[in-house]
Design a protein around this ligand. Structure first.
Ligand SMILES: [Zn+2]
Ligand SMILES: [Zn+2]
Length: 301
């Protein structure tokens, strides 16, 4: 099961009852965080989710509303006596930016491993999560992320019996491992059917609508996407500052054929966002407004 929580829904600055946009996901005892603006660790505390098991931190880009909460979060993880390394993923410049922020958090009991992104699309596997980073179009280098938990094909018992594969290998073969026993190698493809649909969550904020979002969010169970502006008269502003409107986000969700969409990264000036949702749902019916702390548990179908 993949457990996701949209910790906050604000863009630009945190407001009372609206923390900055950030996503936390938990899978198999490991946590992953995307973006860490000012106050993200308070939102985490409010939700009751611990910072200590965060093994992976992904950054969309290095505007303050997406990263300025990092030094405090790292100190909290250090205070919790975390010693395992933390993997960080983000656009080029990651190590330089994080090292600069760490001037105020220099002593940590764990190492940080950096993965800097430079290609239009990159794949990384961390703690069983398959992460796809895809470049989007903001006024600084910026990436969206798709997180997938793949699901192996069904174990074919009759086939395993026919091939005479010892029962004590079955469990490991089901997990996708190759097993060698008494000089014989058994591979998963011998006993597994075609891969089944896994779990997929896509997260994308601070961008104009571009094809890479549709391509990489395709068939996601959940798409969390920025809706900086809802008011029709702000469409030009969205273009100028390289953000999106609710309607542009809904068109992407529709074209990518995702199961559900949550809007987030709201402009501080946006109030009564619900008033605009009728029109958003006429474009994409499974559209929802993101809410701070909104959670979803995703299981294999
Ligand atoms: Zn932002
Ligand atoms: Zn930005």
């Amino acid at each position: 099961m993949l457990d996701v929580c949209l910790l906050g829904t604000a863009g630009m600055m945190p407001l009372p009852y609206r923390w900055l946009t950030s996503l936390m996901a938990r899978y198999n005892g490991s946590s992953l965080l995307i973006d860490c603006g000012e106050g993200t660790q308070i939102a985490m505390k409010e939700k009751g989710w611990s910072a200590k098991p965060i093994d992976t931190i992904c950054f969309t880009h290095y505007h303050a509303d997406h990263i300025s909460g990092l030094p405090g979060l790292l100190l909290t993880m250090g205070n919790a006596e975390r010693t395992e390394p933390v993997a960080m993923i983000g656009p080029k410049g990651l190590e330089r930016v994080v090292t600069a922020l760490r001037t105020i958090a220099p002593e940590l009991p764990f190492e940080i491993h950096y993965k800097e992104l430079s290609q239009p699309v990159e794949h990384v596997v961390e703690q069983g999560c398959h992460i796809t980073a895809f470049r989007v179009n903001h006024n600084v280098p910026c990436y969206g992320y798709a997180i997938e938990i793949p699901r192996a094909g069904q174990f074919q018992v009759e086939r395993a019996k026919e091939l005479g594969i010892p029962i004590n290998c079955w469990n490991r073969l089901q997990k996708g491992e190759t097993v060698t026993l008494e000089g014989k190698a058994y591979t998963p493809d011998m006993v597994l059917g075609a891969p089944r649909k896994g779990i997929k969550v896509a997260y994308c904020t601070d961008t104009r609508p571009v094809a890479s979002i549709t391509e990489n969010a395709r068939n996601a169970d959940l798409l969390i996407i920025e809706g900086m502006y809802a008011e029709k008269e702000k469409a030009a502003k969205a273009k100028q500052y390289k953000h999106m409107t609710f309607y542009e986000a809904a068109e992407i969700a529709r074209d990518a054929e995702v199961s559900e969409m949550w809007l987030t990264h709201f402009s501080p000036s946006l109030v009564h966002a619900e008033e605009y949702m009728g029109e958003v749902r006429s474009i994409f019916p499974a559209a929802k407004l993101g809410k701070d702390g909104k959670t979803m548990e995703l299981d294999f179908k």
